[in-house]
Ligand binder design. Structure first.
Ligand code: IDC
Length: 476
């Protein structure tokens, strides 16, 4: 069953449970007469691994689930998705998240995690579902004993059919986070390369049929980030109008087979909690309207600054459930401390996130850089954080952090080489004709009708050259 179908099945079970008293009484968190487990190692590195667990409910329907197991000594969960996982000694407990608790008889609960290991190579034993031992068969692959380079293997029991189109969305379908990677509908790690709009309040005229056709067909971009400023004369001045502009661009991206990042572009003030209610309203509307699409990625806060990771968590813990309730399977991007620098620009590091990650599945943490301002110490932070956290570069510029100044080709090249080698997606600021060196087009371009290469700025030429090359989107 594909992730999408599985979610649909779980959701319909939940709807059934809500639709009648007899269904409600049939559902209980306690009843579970048995289960069987499929445990697959999907990814290996030194000294870690990724695993997917699928538990089939052989008992009565349940409305929530807790899966327990015992690890061989030396194994430890570091991060999980589609379940909240805790560990005490060798005893591990995985609980459903808000949207995947209901499992019918014969239905499955699936989740995944990353772990570390030291020597022990056995499949975990003594699985339980809601406290009842899984006496059905346990299948799976053992934890690695060697230290190979990451080499993901298929994890889905039913593979989606081969793609029928050739656009990024036609090939990759609904994306999901797997381990530290962004994976496509075939469970394969992929990298998206694309661009960001400038502020919609200032540069709306740059996003039209000609410019978006150029982006999809000539640049061969995979993703368009829709930067909807919250303040700075943005959303707060006209919530309905900006929501509708964002939706329009989601459709434009979809029609061209590109992913769309819905960016709630907080900048000033730096504390996203100031706009919590606006964020909830905006995302409730956008996620509800676009729930059936496979091309939408949500970015809940552009660049928190002057706030602690704990304050960002507080915000994320309130906004993510709103999106999940409307669009359960979409990938969500979370801004990090210090203008999405993983904390570095506010004197911290990614260690605070690793130590205290969000407990949601299917999320990635954002990292932003400006090549002339952010050099080796930032690259080193990304290199080390990338082994632990799913990262997405949802904004980067070739220039200084002001968006202007010298275009630093050398540092930009070092950055993109690093991101390409790590399969980290990247999105350039900006696909616009703003009168600043980070803009891809010469000033005045958007007043005309041609977005051809002769209109490109120095930055635009470089960025296009790094996006236009063939994608690697594995389907088998
Ligand atoms: C900049 C624009 C500039 C605009 C300014 C508004 O390039 O034209 O006047 O915002 O405050 C970011 C932000 C992004 C910034 C960009 C460049 O996400 O909004 O855009 N930048 O300064 N973070 C780091 C750099």
């Amino acid at each position: 069953m594909s992730q999408r179908t599985r979610v649909a099945a779980l959701l319909s079970a939940a709807v059934l449970a809500m639709s009648g008293i007899s269904a409600i009484t049939a559902m209980s968190a306690q009843a579970a007469a048995g289960c069987k487990v499929d445990y697959q190692i999907t990814n290996q590195w030194n000294p870690g691994f990724g695993a997917n667990v699928t538990v089939t409910n052989l008992g009565d329907p349940v409305s929530s689930w807790t899966v327990g197991w015992t690890f061989p000594s030396g194994q430890k969960v570091t991060q999980a998705w589609n379940a909240d996982v805790t560990q005490s000694g060798s005893a591990v407990t995985a609980r459903n998240v808000a949207w995947n608790g209901a499992v019918r008889t014969g239905g499955t609960a699936s989740f995944g995690f990353n772990g570390t290991w030291s020597g022990a190579n056995a499949v975990p034993t003594q699985f339980t579902l809601n406290g009842v031992a899984c006496t059905g068969s346990t299948t799976g692959t053992p934890t690695p004993t060697t230290s190979p380079t990451p080499s993901p293997t298929p994890t889905q029991t039913t593979t989606p059919p081969p793609p029928t189109g050739s656009t990024p969305v036609a090939i990759n379908g609904q994306l999901r986070v797997c381990g530290v990677n962004l994976c496509n509908q075939y469970g394969k790690p992929i990298q998206l390369r694309g661009v960001s709009t400038h502020g919609l309040q200032w540069f709306a005229k740059c996003y039209n049929t000609a410019s978006l056709d150029t982006l999809a067909n000539d640049w061969k971009a995979d993703v368009l980030r829709i930067a909807m400023y919250v303040n700075e004369d943005g959303y707060v001045t006209d919530p309905a109008g900006f929501t509708s502009r964002v939706n329009g661009l989601v459709d434009q991206a979809e029609q061209r087979g590109m992913y769309a990042i819905v960016d709630f572009h907080t900048l000033t003030p730096g504390d996203p909690n100031v706009n919590l209610e606006n964020a909830k309203t905006f995302f409730r509307n956008v996620a509800t309207r676009n729930a059936a699409k496979t091309n939408v990625i949500y970015e809940i806060a552009n660049e928190p600054n002057g706030v602690s990771w704990e304050q960002i968590r507080t915000y994320a813990n309130q906004v993510i459930p709103i999106i999940r309730a409307a669009d359960p399977d979409a990938v969500i991007l979370v801004g990090t401390r210090g203008w999405s620098s993983l904390g570095v620009s506010n004197g911290s590091t990614s260690a605070e996130i690793v130590a205290n990650p969000l407990s949601f599945s299917n999320i990635m943490y954002t990292f932003h850089f400006y090549a002339a301002s952010h050099l080796d110490n930032y690259r080193n932070e990304v290199r080390s954080a990338a082994t632990r956290l799913p990262l997405f570069v949802s904004e980067w510029g070739t220039t200084s952090a002001t968006g202007g100044g010298t275009v630093d080709i050398q540092s930009s090249t070092a950055w993109l080489d690093l991101l390409d080698s790590l399969k980290i997606s990247h999105v350039n600021w900006t696909y616009s004709d703003a009168n600043e060196s980070s803009a891809a087009f010469r000033s005045g371009t958007c007043s005309g009708s041609s977005y051809g290469t002769s209109q490109l700025s120095q930055s635009g030429q470089f960025v296009r050259s790094r996006i236009v090359t063939a994608d690697s989107f594995p389907t088998r």
